[in-house]
Design a protein around this ligand. Sequence first.
Ligand code: HEM
Length: 496
Amino acid sequence: MIGDILCTIPFFILFVTIIIECWKVYLNFTKLKAFHHIEGWPIIGNGLHLIGKNNEQIFETFVTETEEISYTWVGPIRLFHVARPEDVQAILTSEKCLKKAIPYGFLYNRTGLLTAEPSTWKVHRRALNPTLGPKMVNSFVPIFNEKFQKMVNLMERQIGNNVDMHQIIFRASVDTITSASFGVNWTMQNRRGDELHRWLIDLNDNIQKRIQRVWLWNPIYYLTQDYKIEMSNFQAVYRFTRTALENKRMNLAEKLEHGEDELAITKENNNQNYLQKCLQLELEQKFTDQNICDEMETILIASVDTSATVFYGITLMLAIHQEYQERVVDEMREIFIDVNEPVTNDHLSRMTFLDLVIKETMRYFPIGPFLGRECTADFEINGGVIPKGSQIFINVLRMHRNPKFFGENALEFYPERFLPENCADWHPYLFIPFSAGARNCIGVRYAWTSMKIALSHILRRFKLTTHLKLHEVIIKPELLLKIGNKNAIRIERRKW
Ligand code: HEM
């Protein structure tokens, strides 16, 4: 009996393979014919080409002479590559492409904004939008000043040395986000910041490893040692957010005992922060405890490493390009009298050259180098049809560095390209460091405000230098884009 079953297995595999291959041929001749097809092997498609390659090399597989939409197969999975602003706009604004691609599921976060299914995401996003809107972010300015003042005070000890700018801003960003969005006043800059930094960096590395091993995009992964390591990191991050949540719950209960209903008051004043809003929704039985944990983890993962990497990129570009650093500092000198003066919203609006520098850095180092979506229905585009279930990868890195769109100096650092007269004709979906369309970054305003305040404190106190030249900067386009050169910035006291 068992022998009979074993004998039929090869025939069954052959049968399934033939069906899949026939189906691919049918699709190639009908729906997919309008797109550039990157040929691969039968059954595995381009699977073998992807083994051992990093994301950039994987996506090189797709690079063609034109920026037309191209696709390939990895087994039964169809991967589309998009790198032209018109196509990016069509995808990012379509209801059919609101679902995130398979690798987002490797975060095991089912209901947080970054990864949630479209139906859940719509409800959460609508509810949470105001918590990071202009009014709330303006109210966070004193928090940003306090935390970044503390950061520069701690940096004083490192004057004359090379510093780990990513880690410095990472710890300060944990302090700002937990204080602004969770209402929990922790000081990660002093003690526990290093642990959280390690957990999140390790998580990112693990997920990246799995993305590169497409044969582990299935439950076999759960049997690997990497999965066990990943779970212990996830649990550590979970303990961190869970502690913050329980502290907040206790704090609310204590206030209630003394007659102060914080949730009711903030709801009335329309100024609930992220966690207060989540707890309010739980009270109204619209959110579960799991939803709250997912959203807290999401905001932590989505805000801290992104801000730290972009910030490291900006400071590195200013250290390499001393002439731009001087122009930014001249702008600061016109705005501030004192080196320690807290930044106000009025000051922020006057830091116009700094805006150009930040934009050019985010063009050069887009933190989300590849945005992934899954089509939830057949999607017509450019005379063809991207079939339901296809995985679409938008190559932001390639688009942001493409001389066809940005001119011959696309690989140079040139903030002036963002002057209104120089970018007036750009396609609105050409420069998308925060993504675009409905599922864009909810924290855009928070990110801009916090980065400008942090930079204004650092640049008033310190002069930044580096031994690196622009062409020596190593970028690693992973899940998030990383800068490979560690501790490349040296700080000296600035004469103000
Ligand atoms: C310079 C810093 C930042 C950059 C460059 C950035 C960039 C991005 C990008 C590209 C996405 C889209 C991801 C995708 O579709 O795959 C995104 C989504 C998101 N970001 Fe940011 N981000 C930054 C800071 C922040 C901050 C400070 C917060 C929170 C305070 C935040 C919260 C989120 C959330 C929750 C999402 C998911 C939004 C949704 O799908 O509704 N980000 N971000």
